[in-house]
Design a binder for this molecule. Structure first.
Ligand code: ZN
Ligand code: ZN
Length: 158
């Protein structure tokens, strides 16, 4: 890993692994701690975002959950996600003006998009970069880093 890369990222690992499934009681607690009343739809949506998919679209969440919750609508998914963002439980991101993706809030990080398989990987950013409050007299509010390329899995399939 080059010195420059080491200054930006904490490690070279691209992370897109599914996380351990959180139980309904764990999810309920996260919602309650954030002042959100835990309806079954809200629990299922947050459970899906927290576990199965690291970065999911409204479309994907809806299609995955509608079989389990037939009364679910895309509007409900969208409104629930907006509420989660407002409460700081979920982050939204948009790479390349594609559809908006949602992920469970965590430490700020960069994203790597594979242009071949469309996978999105998380990259752990160095805290020094995130601590930047000002650039040449301009106030920094948020650092978003999106990197596009071909992931090593796709490179090796060639
Ligand atoms: Zn790929
Ligand atoms: Zn991410």
């Amino acid at each position: 890993m080059s010195v420059i890369i080491e200054k930006i990222f904490n490690n070279t690992q691209l992370v897109s692994e599914p996380k351990a499934i959180k139980s309904v009681s764990e999810i309920t607690k996260i919602l309650q701690d954030s002042g959100v009343s835990p309806s079954i739809q809200r629990i299922k949506i947050l459970q899906f975002i927290s576990t199965n998919e690291v970065h999911s679209s409204v479309e994907k969440i809806y299609h995955e959950l509608v079989t389990e919750i037939p009364t679910l609508s895309k509007t409900t998914v969208y409104n629930t996600l907006s509420l989660f963002i407002e409460k700081g439980i979920v982050n939204s991101l948009s790479i390349d003006n594609n559809e908006i993706l949602y992920e469970k809030s965590q430490k700020p990080h960069a994203h790597f998009l594979c242009e071949v398989c469309k996978s999105i990987f998380d990259l752990d950013l160095n805290d020094n970069l995130l601590a930047i409050k000002e650039i040449y007299g301009n106030k920094v509010k948020k650092v978003d880093i999106h990197i596009k390329g071909v992931c090593n899995k796709c490179l090796n399939n060639k």
